[in-house]
Write a protein that binds this ligand. Structure first.
Ligand SMILES: NC(=O)c1ccc[n+]([C@@H]2O[C@H](COP(=O)([O-])OP(=O)(O)OC[C@H]3O[C@@H](n4cnc5c(N)ncnc54)[C@H](O)[C@@H]3O)[C@@H](O)[C@H]2O)c1
Length: 353
């Protein structure tokens, strides 16, 4: 089993990565949690494939298991659903000494994690991320949140799990669109920090080859994120490097009312768009854009979008909570494998879209 340790003083925890891990999750949880009561928060899609097996494995290990199964999708990450979760947890007689397991993609991790962070001022939880995006990104770093009608992730907290258990085999049941959605973030890690990862991804000729290497890919991505989070837990400096492609990506998602593009798809467009401009300006080494295009096409991600209404995109960028004030940060590439944060005046953003 591969293991990483996120070192954050009293908030430190381990990330375990192993194919087939969900089959013996009970044994693993027993090593880090002594009480009996466990509540699984999951969604219907994930429950269909893994709910029964995981519940019975936990019961085999003497846990009393309760399950909360929610509708899949971003709409579930709402205050209404959060209130229902609190109610269920109270119905089950959960105390601060009990354990929540978030079993699902980023929606379940963020929502279940926020419920864990806030009920009784904090209940222990572990993440069992099941989408690629959740396995390489959202389950690590402690950001938990719910959406408000006025915007995504507007109510949230930093609250770290006791552990993260990642089983790459679970990705076999993920819809292809979500697999490639997660690949956009994998490609992002390659772009900002790891040329070898980027080159390896370019070499894989089939989905089978990708799957054969997924455990290592996930490990590499988690290592990069862990290192960055350790240096900047609260996202006030270096952690912003993880936003490569996100400034324009978020604006594209918003512009299309979160209906046309998934998060990863929009990030792919954002990475390409900003690199197109930065390469033209001579900030990024020549040839990076071509490589970026190649890898995005390979992983079934659109790379180009005709942003005819730039004013609307700019408006969406300035509504983003991260882009308030006179100056804002953009993440650019020097070359593939080396990203950096550049502070620009807000009005300069137009040059990058
Ligand atoms: N906390 C963070 O640091 C962070 C970082 C990035 C994104 N996010 C959040 O993550 C969310 C997006 O996450 P996501 O893309 O995982 O979305 P998601 O949780 O909606 O999962 C995507 C879809 O895949 C299904 N699914 C998940 N795992 C599956 C499996 N193994 N087999 C079959 N189906 C499966 C889900 O039911 C859902 O339909 C957003 O809300 C975003 O804000 C958080």
């Amino acid at each position: 089993m591969k293991e990483l340790r996120v070192n954050l003083c009293e908030n430190s925890y381990a990330i375990y990565i192993k194919k087939g891990l969900f089959n013996y999750i009970g044994e693993e949880i027993k090593k880090i949690y002594n009480n009996k009561k466990v509540v699984i928060i999951t969604d219907e899609n994930v429950d269909k494939f893994y709910g029964k097996i995981i519940k019975s494995n936990l019961e085999k290990n003497d846990f009393n298991v309760y399950k909360i199964v929610l509708k899949p999708g971003e709409k579930t990450k709402s205050v209404d659903e959060l209130l229902k979760i609190y109610d269920k947890l109270l119905d089950f007689g959960v105390t601060r000494e009990d354990l929540i397991i978030t079993l699902g993609g980023g929606v379940i991790g963020d929502l279940g994690g926020f419920a864990a962070a806030t009920l009784f001022r904090g209940i222990h939880f572990v993440q069992v991320p099941t989408s690629l995006l959740a396995q390489i990104d959202s389950s690590i770093g402690g950001k938990v949140a719910v959406d408000l009608p006025r915007g995504k992730n507007l109510v949230g907290s930093f609250y770290h799990p006791k552990a993260v258990f990642i089983d790459p085999n679970m990705l076999k049941t993920l819809e292809k669109r979500f697999l490639y959605d997660g690949m956009a973030e994998v490609i992002k890690y390659g772009c900002i920090r790891d040329k070898k990862l980027f080159n390896d991804l370019l070499k894989y000729n089939s989905e089978e080859e990708l799957f054969n290497n997924l455990e290592d890919i996930i490990y590499t991505c988690c290592s990069i994120k862990k290192e960055i989070v350790e240096k900047d837990e609260k996202d006030t400096g270096e952690r912003m490097i993880l936003n490569f492609g996100h400034t324009i990506g978020h604006a594209i998602e918003k512009y299309f009312n979160f209906e046309k593009y998934t998060h990863g798809e929009a990030v792919a467009l954002g990475m390409y768009e900003i690199t197109k401009k930065s390469e033209k300006m001579g900030i990024t080494d020549k040839g990076a854009l071509q490589l970026l295009k190649k890898i995005l096409v390979q992983y079934q991600l659109e790379y180009e979008i005709n942003l005819e209404n730039k004013e609307k995109i700019l408006e969406a960028i300035s509504l983003d909570k991260k882009n308030k004030g006179e100056f804002m940060n953009v993440v650019l590439l020097k070359k593939i494998g080396e990203g950096f944060i550049k502070e620009i005046k807000r009005e300069e953003m137009i040059n990058f879209i």
